[in-house]
Design a protein around this ligand. Sequence first.
Ligand code: ATP
Ligand code: MG
Length: 351
Amino acid sequence: MKKRIAVLPGDGIGPEVTQAAVDVVKATAKRFHHEFEFHYAAIGGAAYDAVGEPLPDQTIEVCAASDAVLLGSVGGPKWDQVAPEVRPEKSLLALRKQFNLYANLRPVKAHEALQEASPLKPEIVEGTDFVIVRELTGGLYFSEPRKKTEDSAVDTLVYTRKEIERIVETAFQLARSRNGKLTSVDKANVLASSKLWREIVEEMRTGYPDVTVEHMLVDAAAMQLIKEPSSFDVIVTENLFGDILSDEASMITGSLGMLPSASVRDDSFGVYEPIHGSAPDIAGQGKANPAGAILSAAMLLKQSFGLTAEAQAIEDAVERVLKDGYTTADLKGGRVLSTEQWTAKVIEELD
Ligand code: ATP
Ligand code: MG
């Protein structure tokens, strides 16, 4: 298979972990006889420093000409004084908007070898393996009017039927490809937008008789994530709830550096990135855990290119390296390797 992958390393540890992911994808391509082209472009603070804006047109063009995008992370204290409209973080929202990436997928999987890293008891974490599907382009974060005076402030929560239907569709499809359980999270006892959300999920479930559907209020979901995270398979929710719950969920496994994410739409294009930030405190020291970026690349191969066996090979290689006791500095215990050394172990397992 011939494909083009845009690579946007960004700032902080972004370039280190992205390079690790590219190296792993190259090794996978070699083993499975694919031809992937990698096209690098600047984003975030690196782009601001080069051309004065965090998401240059040229970067958008490189992404548009590619089949999928691998992204590192953006931002850092170096750009604290930069004007609001050209701040590095702006590039992420702009990229999602530009490519209409309305669905954010965040898998949360407990790795047996890393149980110690979680703040929760091992018996609670055990077996945790779910995906949060968060709506990304609607809701409170985008709607108008928004205004603030000295004495009052207004944000508006708007969802259209079409916006809800397409994200719920994504979640049903995903649930069907996994263990067939969908938890729809809302606040339907209070919010009109949540009432519509719940109605639409109820309408659509008739098309997925093989998927078990449950509705859960967001406050209950926040508790259940800590109490029994292994009870979830696919969670679908709106933008704000998804933002909060996915950060909560990322702590279950206790390793920010391990978790991948995808931002996708209804065709095969997507942007794949680790959930962690640019971690300026450890940038350039070879301490970054590249697993989140490597597993994001695996998601890319599976979601955007349909290469299931290749993605599985990467996930298995990561799992085996952890089982063999090799870790990075952010994980508790094990034999601590540098970013490059740990990546080399994954590539060894792949070969
Ligand atoms: P952002 O605002 O960009 O999301 P953040 O403030 O949430 O960033 P991160 O940059 O994700 O924070 O870092 C939080 C902490 O986790 C830091 O101490 C950082 O060093 C550590 N960290 C994050 N990612 C990794 C990683 N891949 N490997 C090792 N440590 C990491
Ligand atoms: Mg953060």
